[in-house]
Design a protein around this ligand. Sequence first.
Ligand SMILES: NC(=O)c1ccc[n+]([C@@H]2O[C@H](COP(=O)([O-])OP(=O)(O)OC[C@H]3O[C@@H](n4cnc5c(N)ncnc54)[C@H](O)[C@@H]3O)[C@@H](O)[C@H]2O)c1
Length: 703
Amino acid sequence: MSEVVSYQLKENVGLIVVNSPPVNALSQSVREGILKALNQAQEDSSKAIVLRCDGRTFIAGADITEFGKPPQAPGLPEVLSVIENSNKPVIAAIHGTALGGGFEVSLACHYRCATPSAKVGLPEVKLGLLPGAGGTQRVPRLAGVKAALDMITGGNPIAAHKAKDMGLIDEVLTGEDLESSAIAYAHELHGAGAPLKRVRDVTIDPATVEAGFFDEARTRLAKRARGQIAQDRIVSCLEAAVNLPMDEGLARERELFGELVMSPESAAMRHIFFAERQAAKIKDLSEGTATRDIRKVAVIGGGTMGGGIAMCFAGVGIPVVMVEVDQEALDRGLGIIRKNYAITVQKGKLSENKMEQLIGMISGTTNYDDIADVDLVVEAVFEDLSLKKEIFAKMDSVCKSGAILATNTSYQDVDAIAAATNRPDDVVGMHFFSPANVMKLLEVVRGNQTADAALATAMAIGKKIGKVCALSGVCYGFIGNRMLSGYGREAQMLLLDGCTPARVDSALETFGMAMGPLAMGDLAGLDVGYKARQARTDLPDDSKLYRMGTLLVEMGRYGQKTASGFYKYDPETRRRKSDPEVESMIKTEAAKLGVEQREVEEDEILARCLYPLINEGAKILEEEIAQRPSDIDVVYVFGYAFPAAKGGPMFYADQVGLKNVYDRICEFRDRYGEQYWQPSPLLEQLAKEGKTFAQWDRERSMA
Ligand SMILES: NC(=O)c1ccc[n+]([C@@H]2O[C@H](COP(=O)([O-])OP(=O)(O)OC[C@H]3O[C@@H](n4cnc5c(N)ncnc54)[C@H](O)[C@@H]3O)[C@@H](O)[C@H]2O)c1
């Protein structure tokens, strides 16, 4: 047969088994093997055909390493058409996760059965694509157009029982063994004279789709997934499923899939997909580094971050002790956690029972002796170096040997903190993002003396609690916040130059940022940046610098928490509104400072805000603070809501062309001064050599 697909006749059933580890992806050899097996089954005495997989899952999807390469026969549509036209019923027996092309294979089968723990889904949208092998035509025929829209534009897997309720699968198996249960199901179908049920034969009555449904979906999705075109094309496919015969619908789906595969948005999203996996790898870790077991965790400080961090560990069943200064602070911290869980319960996303279970995982104390037995401590007290040093000295004196001592500091020097202990090799940075229980990014910071085992453990536990981890060296603000400083600075400078806050934010939101920089400042609290600036001695002495942010704070306008900052906020809905008072203040300040206001082009707004990210990113690479350009992209996409459809700042720079970026930075340098715009030597070199960051990284790793 084929190395990855076997066929045998068993109890009168033709049994096709795919065995292509690790996830039975639909590679050319799998497609060819299934085709051959099907042809053989047409000729023998089998009454029905069962298609199942070995290993941990049913076909988990396309082989994405084949994307962008010339297609190799047989194509998936050909395989699906042979399945669908089989003269004996083909039954997909699903376990694990049937995703993407894998689920589409099962949809071409006449029947689908699944183990109770199986999941099915069409995650293509997450790579800027759409299901290109009939998924957009078959799912609405089985589950209805609305459910299909939610499933395909959401991209999340659906559990077997729910999938059965939706009509996507026919049977949830009860027997323990997949193969024998599936064969029994095949006999049952055969015995009952079950017909060859082809999904293509279902027609959707257009009258069942509300008028305006597709237009409404387009508008809503354009807002939710800014800058991504896949959602729009998915809606078009569903429209085709309703209005066109199956074959024309399939042709439309193919055509739009082809467009998306070639789109820059999908290229960017696929870049991020690989970048995320790559970021988890530490380049120079000594071979055979073992990670330490983390069975119990302590979090020091139960404020904004500490509470969220505790929830992360509780969520994966690791008990957490929260340490606070006094009972009152502790009660407040634990209270906020309870409130957060209660909101999730209200939204119907968590049961009361589960909530109590999670809360039961988190205990509180004001006594440091109670953390003697933990395997990991995450410190999240105020951003104050001397306080952090004091706490690390205390941790050092009480924690058992081998415990990992982590700090969630945003800006402080991890080496200075480590030096307050007698075990700097066990100290590491674990920089979470707010809200810590929601945001995906974790910057793992390697100090000068951090041991490989401590580092590897921090990365591994980060992954376990569902974070996307990226490694950073020690510097002010690590990768993400260090880059952010020029971004925020320029957003404010642009105000003096003649933009309103709404104009700056809307330019970046149109680009795809979830929230513009000034609105983000309002959300984080303008006082936070203000305080941080006061502690710095390295900022240029320039009254234009952060002028508006500073004035607003001095007026008591801290942002959302005071219902006013760069914008005014409705205290109930938190919706922002432009504030004429701020706009006239900006004009007055510009006049005072002698800045001539002008009409600033959108293109300049983007370049002024985004190019500092790229330039600082290049410096971070030169200094080896980040391991690779793609790690920086991961930090920005998962920690700062940079649009995945643009691939992160470094990927975006490569698309724009480094020479274009460099030239523009030089232009800004000449206009605004070297204290703000100093092109990175690496950027300059690559611009002159006509290279990209990606090329530079490849060449460097081959050298
Ligand atoms: N807020 C953010 O967006 C964010 C994001 C990433 C990292 N951080 C970093 O996380 C840390 C905490 O920030 P936050 O926003 O949660 O601050 P916060 O002010 O909300 O909470 C700090 C908590 O630490 C407690 N605390 C102070 N001294 C303590 C001690 N000796 N022992 C135990 N608890 C003590 C305080 O009572 C307070 O509840 C800071 O280093 C900050 O830079 C914050």
